[in-house]
Design a protein around this ligand. Structure first.
Ligand code: C2E
Ligand code: CA
Ligand code: CA
Length: 699
C-alpha cells in the first residue's frame, strides 16, 4: 500500500475529477440518464435530443416508464417492466435490454437499447445510470425483413430464389401449390425442371439477354407442373446484385394464369356462341363463312349456306311455355348437328332460326342432300315433359358462286330462299336461284316427295320368284321395292333409287324394305306358305352404315325368322368398295345362316383372287348377258364361264332376266340350275304359292 500510495493517487483521488466526470456525462454521444431510485435525476444533451425534449427540467423526477407508451412491444405494461428491470439491475448488476420510449410528448415510438448500471457506493441515494442507444434503424430493418418473409410466405404468387448459377435456394408455399413441387424437390436444381418444351431455345436466349441487360424480364411462360399439365404463368425475373454489381441471386415471381386463360376462353366462347344451345352465333357464323369462302375461292368447288327455320315453333312456345321451348330447341340443335361434319358449321342465328355453312361441294345436290338429311332427322319425334311431338322445318339454300359472291350476298340469298320455302307451305327446301335447271328442280321435288313418302309409308315390297329349272319349283323370292305414289301410281325403283342414293335417303328406305320383308316372310311361315327364302337388295349406304349386321340380327330375332330364310343381294361394285370391318360384319351374319349373293355379276370388275376371299354364297348373272344369249355367242360364252367359275369357287348361280323359253333351255343345257325372270312372272305384291316346298329347305 505504501508503495502504491507513493506513485498512485489516493483512493479518493482515483475517481476522475467531478468536472471530467461531468464532461463525459454531458458530452457523450450516447444518451445518458442518472436515476435516483426509479426516477430521473439527471440527463445529458444526447439523451434530451434522443427523447425529444429541450430542457432537462422537463424530465427530472419522472420515471422512464412515464416517458414510454403504456405497454412495451412484448405486451407488459411499461411501469411493471421498468420496475422489474430496475430491481434486477440492483440485485444482479448491469442489465442490457430493449426499450420503447415515446419521442417527445405524445410522439412516435423510439426504439432504444438500454444499459442500466447501478452505481456503487452511493449509499442511501441508490443511484444508477442508463446508457441509451438508438436502435430504431435496426428495428425498422428487422421489421421490413419480417414483412418480406411474410410476403414471401403469404403471397398468392409463386416465388423462387436462386443463387447466381440459377440453382434454386428457396421457394415459397404458393410455388409449391402452383407447380406441385415442394422446396425439397427443387432445391439445388435449376428452374429448367419446370420447362415444358412450349418455348424454343431462342425464347430463353432472348429472356436471359433481357435479364442481363435490364436486370429483369417479364412475360408469359408456359411451364409444366409436376402433374404434367401445361401451365401458363405471368413471370417476372429479377436479378439481384451486390454492392460491387456482381449477380448474387435471381428472384422469379410467377402468377398462375390458368384460371385467367380459362375465363378469357369462357368469355370468348360466350361472345361467339349461343348460350342456350352452345352453337356458334351469328357473329361466329359469319366469320366461319368468310373463311370457308376464302378457301373455296381457290378451288373449283361450291359452297352452300342453308337457312333453317323451325315451322310453327311459336305454337310450341305458346302452348308448352318457354322453358319447354328452350329444352326442345336444344334437342333440335342436337338433331341438326348430327349430319354436319367437323369442317362445316351449324349456327343458331336467332330464336328458331339456324344456319349451316357447307364447303367443298362438287354439286348443288350435295347441299340438297344435307337439307334432306336435316328434314329427316328433325322429323323423328321429340320428347319433352312426357309429351312426344314432331317438328318440321323450312330450308333455304344459297350457293357460291352461283347465287352470291360475298358473305352478305350469300346470307341474303339464303334468307330469301328460306322465305320462299315458308311461303310454299313449309316443311320443304328452296334454292335461291329462280332459274334452277329443270332437272335440278325435278330432283328437288322428287327428294321432297321421297321424304314424305317414307313418312307416309308409301314404299312397299314386291316379290319375284326364283325358280329351280329342273323342277320348276319356287326356291326363293327377290324383294323389289315399289312406290305407291299418291299421284303417279306405282313407281319403279329405277326412277327413285338413284336420287335416294344421292341424297342419302337410301339407308332409311332400305331399312324400311328389309323390315317389311322380314315381317312378311315370318307371316308366310306362320300361315304355312312355303317360299324358300327371300332375297333383299342392299344399297351401298346401308352397308356403310355400320349398323346393318346388328339391325339384321335384331330383325331375325324379333320376327323369329331363321337366318337361312334370308339372302342379301349386294351389287358387284358395292362389294368391291367394302372395307374390312364391313366384310367381317357380313361374315358374322353368315354365321347366322344368312346367305350373301353378288348381284349384277359380270358388270363390275371383280378379280378372281378377291372373289375367292369374299364371304359369299352365290352369283347372280346380270340380265345383260341373258337377254341376247340366243343371238350372241360372246354372251353365251360369258354365262358359261361364270357357271364354271362358280363351280370352281363352290358358289351357287342364279340367272336373272330370263324372258323366253329359249333362254331357259339354253341355261339348262349349260348347267344353270336356278333362274328368275318374266318367264315365270313379274314382281308382284302378293305372290301365290302353288309349288310344293323345296326339299333343300325342309327342316
Ligand atoms: P336388280 O336387283 O337387278 O333387280 C332385278 C330387276 O330386273 C328388277 O327391276 C326386276 O323387275 C327386273 N326383272 C326381273 N325379271 C326380268 C326380266 O325377265 N326381264 C327384264 N328386262 N327385267 C326383269 P326393278 O324391280 O325395276 O328393280 C331395279 C333395280 O332397283 C334392282 O335391280 C335393284 O338394283 C334396285 N332395287 C329394287 N328394289 C330395291 C331395294 O329394296 N333396295 C335396293 N337397294 N335396291 C333395290
Ligand atoms: Ca337384285
Ligand atoms: Ca340384278
Amino acid at each position: 500500500m505504501t508503495h502504491s500510495s507513493e506513485h498512485s493517487p489516493p483512493a479518493a483521488d482515483a475517481t476522475p475529477e467531478p468536472l471530467v466526470t461531468q464532461a463525459i456525462f454531458e458530452q457523450s454521444p450516447d444518451g445518458m440518464l442518472l436515476l435516483e431510485g426509479q426516477r430521473i435525476a439527471g440527463c445529458n444533451a444526447a439523451a434530451l435530443k434522443l427523447l425529444g425534449y429541450e430542457r432537462s427540467e422537463q424530465l427530472l423526477g419522472l420515471t422512464p416508464a412515464a416517458l414510454s407508451p403504456d405497454y412495451q412491444p412484448d405486451g407488459t405494461p411499461s411501469a411493471e417492466k421498468a420496475r422489474l428491470l430496475y430491481h434486477r439491475a440492483m440485485r444482479s448488476g448491469p442489465q442490457r435490454f430493449e426499450w420503447v420510449h415515446c419521442r417527445g410528448t405524445g410522439g412516435c415510438d423510439l426504439w432504444l437499447e438500454v444499459l442500466l448500471t447501478p452505481l456503487q457506493g452511493t449509499g442511501r441515494r441508490r443511484l444508477s445510470h442508463a446508457v441509451l442507444r438508438d436502435i430504431s434503424q435496426r428495428k425498422e430493418l428487422e421489421r421490413r425483413l419480417q414483412l418480406s418473409a411474410k410476403v414471401f410466405t403469404a403471397t398468392r404468387d409463386g416465388i423462387l430464389i436462386t443463387d447466381e448459377h440459377s440453382r434454386i435456394l428457396q421457394v415459397n408455399e404458393a410455388f409449391t401449390r402452383i407447380t406441385g413441387y415442394s422446396e425439397e424437390e427443387v432445391r439445388g436444381r435449376t428452374p429448367r425442371v419446370l420447362q415444358s418444351g412450349h418455348h424454343d431455345a431462342d425464347f430463353y436466349r432472348a429472356m436471359w439477354s433481357c435479364i442481363r441487360e435490364r436486370g429483369s424480364w417479364s412475360g408469359e411462360l408456359w411451364d409444366r407442373a409436376k402433374s404434367g399439365t401445361l401451365q401458363p404463368k405471368w413471370s417476372t425475373i429479377n436479378q439481384v446484385t451486390d454492392a460491387y454489381g456482381r449477380v448474387t441471386n435471381y428472384i422469379a415471381v410467377l402468377s398462375d394464369l390458368t384460371e385467367l386463360k380459362r375465363s378469357q376462353a369462357r368469355l370468348q366462347h360466350q361472345a361467339y356462341h349461343d348460350a342456350l344451345t352452345g352453337l356458334p352465333n351469328r357473329l361466329l357464323f359469319k366469320d366461319r363463312l368468310a373463311r370457308a369462302l376464302e378457301r373455296t375461292r381457290e378451288t373449283e368447288q361450291r359452297l352452300a349456306v342453308l337457312f333453317i327455320d323451325i315451322d310453327h315453333f311459336k305454337d310450341i312456345n305458346d302452348s308448352l311455355g318457354h322453358t319447354a321451348g328452350d329444352r326442345i330447341l336444344r334437342q333440335i340443335a342436337q338433331r341438326l348437328q348430327e349430319p354436319i361434319g367437323p369442317n362445316d358449321t351449324l349456327a343458331r342465328l336467332s330464336g328458331d332460326e339456324f344456319a349451316v355453312c357447307l364447303g367443298g361441294l362438287e354439286d348443288q345436290s350435295e347441299a340438297l342432300a344435307c337439307a334432306e338429311s336435316l328434314h329427316r332427322r328433325l322429323a323423328r319425334p321429340l320428347q319433352s315433359g312426357g309429351q312426344r311431338f314432331q317438328c318440321r322445318c323450312s330450308v333455304g339454300i344459297c350457293l357460291y358462286p352461283d347465287n352470291g359472291d360475298t358473305v352478305e350476298e350469300l346470307l341474303r340469298g339464303a334468307d330469301s330462299a328460306l322465305h320462299n320455302a315458308k311461303s310454299l307451305g313449309r316443311n320443304t327446301t328452296c334454292f335461291y336461284a329462280e332459274e334452277l335447271t329443270e332437272r335440278a328442280q325435278r330432283r328437288l321435288n322428287l327428294a321432297q316427295q321421297i321424304r314424305l313418302g317414307l313418312e307416309r309409308d308409301e314404299f312397299a315390297p314386291f316379290y319375284q320368284q326364283q325358280v329351280e329349272l329342273s323342277s320348276g319349283n319356287v326356291i326363293g323370292l327377290e324383294v323389289l321395292v315399289r312406290w305407291h305414289h299418291p299421284e303417279r301410281g306405282l313407281v319403279a325403283p329405277g326412277e327413285f333409287i338413284p336420287v335416294a342414293e344421292e341424297l342419302g335417303l337410301m339407308a332409311p328406305l332400305g331399312a324400311t324394305v328389309l323390315r317389311s320383308a322380314c315381317r312378311q316372310a315370318q307371316a308366310w311361315l306362320e300361315s304355312g306358305c312355303e317360299f324358300g327364302r327371300i332375297a333383299v337388295n342392299l344399297s351401298a349406304a346401308q352397308l356403310q352404315d355400320g349398323t346393318l349386321h346388328t339391325e339384321v340380327e335384331r330383325l331375325l330375332e324379333e320376327n323369329g325368322l331363321p337366318g337361312e330364310r334370308l339372302e342379301l343381294e349386294i351389287t358387284e361394285s358395292a362389294f368391291m368398295a367394302l372395307d374390312e370391318t364391313t366384310l367381317a360384319n357380313l361374315q358374322a351374319l353368315r354365321q347366322h345362316g344368312v346367305r350373301l349373293s353378288i348381284d349384277d355379276f359380270g358388270t363390275g370388275y371383280s378379280s378372281l383372287l378377291y372373289l375367292k376371299r369374299l364371304p359369299i354364297d352365290q352369283l347372280k348373272i346380270d340380265k345383260g348377258f341373258i337377254w341376247d344369249m340366243s343371238s350372241s355367242p360372246e354372251s353365251r360364252s360369258i354365262v358359261q364361264a361364270i357357271l364354271e367359275l362358280a363351280t370352281i369357287l363352290g358358289l351357287d348361280v342364279v340367272a336373272e332376266g330370263v324372258e323366253t323359253e329359249e333362254q331357259r333351255e339354253q341355261l339348262s343345257a349349260i348347267g344353270c340350275m336356278v333362274a328368275q325372270g318374266f318367264l315365270w312372272g313379274r314382281p308382284v305384291a302378293e305372290p301365290s304359292f302353288t309349288s310344293p316346298p323345296p326339299p333343300s329347305l325342309e327342316p
